[in-house]
Structure formats: structure tokens, C-alpha cells
Design a protein around this ligand. Structure first.
Ligand code: SF4
Ligand code: SF4
Length: 170
């Protein structure tokens, strides 16, 4: 091809390519978006759309947990820690702290079947990103609850000591 013609042909091709690409880009300005902005524009809460057996963050019911340690022993990566005290009218011990390090948890579910009281279970919650790994150590017993259990345990101990003293005197 004639060099002059080739020169103008190149200019034309470059301009055409740019406008061809941009025409596709601009066409999206007039189309209904196929993506939804998460989470604000979803009609339903995402958690409500998940299957029943979805494995989200673990939850622990401190009211039924007996601090038996079965879940912690079953966990292959030791991310569950707890301790408890005896309180009146309750089997086992009531937890005064119960932590799960969610940053280590691999959602295998091995901790759930051994629980004798179904106190530990998966939820559908999965939004927990954090810049601080310490915030991913989830606590399932509040300070107030722990104080209450410790107080109940103190009263129980006092009653037991009184009983023991009474038996010794007899
Ligand atoms: S789901 Fe698995 S890794 Fe997570 S706490 Fe339970 S046993 Fe441990
Ligand atoms: S297995 Fe159940 S009852 Fe035992 S410590 Fe774990 S959550 Fe509590």
C-alpha cells in the first residue's frame, strides 16, 4: 500500500478501535445493571437466602453449655477454650468464659456432634472481616454473665462449707 495511504489508514484504525471500545462502555450507561450492590440493594437479607445447612460462624448457648470440653477435644486445631464453675440447679458447670478463635476455625463441624446439650451450632452469619485478628476470637459469655455465675458459685461454696461444718459438729 502507498505509504501515505497506510499512514492515514493507521490513524483511522486507531480512532475506530477507540470509539468501538468506548461504544460498548457507553452502552452500559443505558442498560439495567445485572449486578447488585452488596448488601444495601439486595431485596432479601443474604443470610435468609442461604441453605439450611450453611456453615457460618459458630454460636454457643451459655445457658445449656455444661463446660464438658467435648467440643474442644473434638476440634482438630484447638481453637475452642473454656472454663466453668458449679452453680445451683444446673448439670455440669456453667461457663465463665468460652472463646472460639474464628480466624483459625475451618468450619469442619467436628465440634458439634459430641455436644450433649446441642449448645454449640452453626449460624448463617459470615460477615466478620476485621483488621485485627484479636477481634476474631469470639466470646460467648459476657462479663456480666461470668460475674453472675461466679457469684452463684461463691454462694454455693459457702453453703457447702456451712453444711460440712454442721456435719463435723454432729
Ligand atoms: S468447626 Fe471445626 S475447626 Fe471450627 S471450632 Fe468446630 S471443630 Fe474446631
Ligand atoms: S460440647 Fe457442648 S456442652 Fe460441652 S463444652 Fe462444648 S458447647 Fe459446652
Amino acid at each position: 500500500m502507498n505509504p501515505a495511504l497506510q499512514y492515514f489508514r493507521n490513524i483511522f484504525d486507531s480512532a475506530y478501535t477507540v470509539f468501538d471500545g468506548l461504544s460498548i462502555t457507553f452502552s452500559y450507561l443505558f442498560q439495567k445493571p445485572v449486578t447488585l450492590e452488596y448488601p444495601n440493594r439486595n431485596k432479601k437479607k443474604v443470610q435468609d437466602t442461604l441453605p439450611d445447612r450453611f456453615r457460618g460462624f459458630l454460636e454457643v448457648n451459655h445457658l445449656t453449655c455444661t463446660t464438658c470440653d467435648a467440643c474442644a477435644k473434638a476440634c482438630p486445631i484447638d481453637c475452642i477454650t473454656m472454663d466453668g464453675v458449679k452453680v445451683p440447679g444446673r448439670k455440669g458447670k456453667a461457663p465463665v468464659y468460652f472463646y472460639i478463635d474464628i480466624s483459625k476455625c475451618m468450619f469442619c463441624g467436628l465440634c458439634i456432634p459430641p455436644c450433649p446439650t446441642d449448645a454449640i451450632y452453626f449460624t448463617k452469619e459470615f460477615e466478620g472481616s476485621s483488621y485485627d485478628p484479636k477481634q476474631l476470637i469470639y466470646s460467648y459469655v459476657s462479663d456480666e454473665t461470668a460475674k453472675e455465675y461466679l457469684e452463684q458459685n461463691r454462694i454455693l461454696q459457702m453453703e457447702k462449707e456451712k453444711e460440712d461444718e454442721g456435719e463435723e459438729k454432729q
